[in-house]
Design a protein around this ligand. Structure first.
Ligand SMILES: *Cc1c(COP(=O)(O)O)cnc(C)c1O
Length: 370
């Protein structure tokens, strides 16, 4: 271990994940709706941050309800969360019942067939099996259509299928002015009135910022827990969670007219100094950021030159005196936050987080060793 950089020489890069920041973000979101509970959405390996490391930190902060996408993710979460309520968003795929039951996982049911199948499993087991009911209010992706959810009012299928939570998902939560938000709010209120006594869950990260009308009984943030900006129209209120640093493998000087990288996509107009980083698109840094992204060496922002390679990235470090062999460059962190990196690569911060690789060293920090 190099104690100056904290980087192990065996690896080209290091991802630092701040678990204290994850817990603090959960508390901040919770505090925005003191009358509501706050769950955590930890699908896709907790947005790339490592499910089995992240969920105990959230549990310690007070989080008791978790959402994953797949049953396999639920099984992994259950192994470290023996007492939590764990919901599986993608619902009851055919044949999934035994796995869900064996690990005490709750499917988010979204069709008559799923409701009937789950009720039949509960009947055969001779006990109530809790689940959520997803009502579609505009996504047309998962969930029971609104008229069907209203028609289900008073039907014994709701209790036989163990419905302990009603939920829907926002179409455009990060655009507060979009009229679809108010429409979904009204439709969800309608569904809840048809099913009195069942708690409701409406808001993802951005939805929490749409005001008290969006809060209902259980908040469902994911992205904001991991430092993403839930309010893209203003400064990020969350604490950053991930930091990605790569080592400089070589520094070289190039003369005017020379190119760098595959297909010579960049050509030096004047003498430049280049640094080659020990990280590439195979590590989850998007190739689409070629020629557009940047990294920081010391306090200097250095542009990425030419095409990003599988294992290497070339920077223009002409202005960065700190760029030396064995030194480091920051790809994600500080002003290069996940939203900025996503935008630069023509995508969103969500995709940057969930694409984080496993090839570099992962370093988890808490308040004590941060
Ligand atoms: C992913 C997801 C969330 C969390 O959304 P964020 O925007 O990451 O906060 C909440 N609810 C459902 C149904 C989801 O699929």
């Amino acid at each position: 271990m190099d104690h100056k950089t904290g980087l192990n020489a065996d690896h080209g890069a290091r991802l630092t994940i701040d678990l204290t920041a994850v817990a603090e973000n959960w508390r901040r979101l919770s505090a925005m709706a003191p009358e509501s509970g706050c769950a955590a959405v930890v699908k896709a390996d907790a947005y790339g941050c490592g499910l089995t490391r992240v969920v105990p930190a959230l549990w310690a902060a007070g989080c008791r309800t978790f959402f994953v996408a797949h049953a396999s993710e639920g099984v992994a979460a259950r192994a470290v969360l023996p007492e939590a309520a764990i919901y599986v968003l993608n619902g009851l795929l055919p044949g999934l019942g035994p796995t869900l039951m064996a690990h005490d996982l709750r499917p988010v049911l979204g069709s008559w067939e799923e409701l009937a199948d789950w009720a039949a499993l509960a009947e055969a087991a001779g006990r109530t099996l809790p689940a959520a009911l997803h009502v579609d209010t505009g996504m047309n992706r998962l969930g029971l259509a609104l008229p069907d959810a209203l028609a289900l009012a008073g039907d014994s299928l709701v209790s036989r299928a163990g419905i302990a939570l009603l939920m829907t998902h926002l179409v455009s939560a990060e655009i507060p002015g979009d009229p679809v938000n108010a429409r979904q709010m009204a439709d969800f209120a309608w569904v809840r009135a048809a099913h009195p006594g069942i708690p409701g869950s409406f808001a993802n990260s951005s939805g929490i910022f749409l005001g008290a009308g969006a809060h209902h009984d259980l908040l469902r943030p994911g992205y904001a827990l991991f430092g993403g900006n839930p309010t893209p129209w203003k400064t990020n209120p969350m604490r950053p969670v991930v930091r990605l640093e790569a080592r400089i493998a070589q520094v070289r000087d190039v003369a005017p007219g020379e190119t760098c990288g595959y297909n010579g996509r960049w050509r030096a107009a004047e003498p430049r100094r280049l640094a080659t980083l020990s990280m590439g698109y195979a590590d989850g840094y998007p190739r689409a950021a070629s020629g557009r992204g940047s990294a920081r060496v010391g306090s200097v922002r250095c542009p990425i030159l030419g095409l990003i390679s599988m294992d290497l990235i070339i920077l223009d470090v002409t202005g960065a005196a700190d760029a030396t062999r064995g030194g480091t460059a920051i790809l994600i962190g500080d002003d290069l936050d996940v939203d900025t990196v996503g935008r630069t690569a023509g995508t969103i911060g969500y995709e940057i987080l969930t694409g984080l690789g496993s090839r570099y060293v992962r370093h988890y920090v808490t308040g004590h060793d941060a």
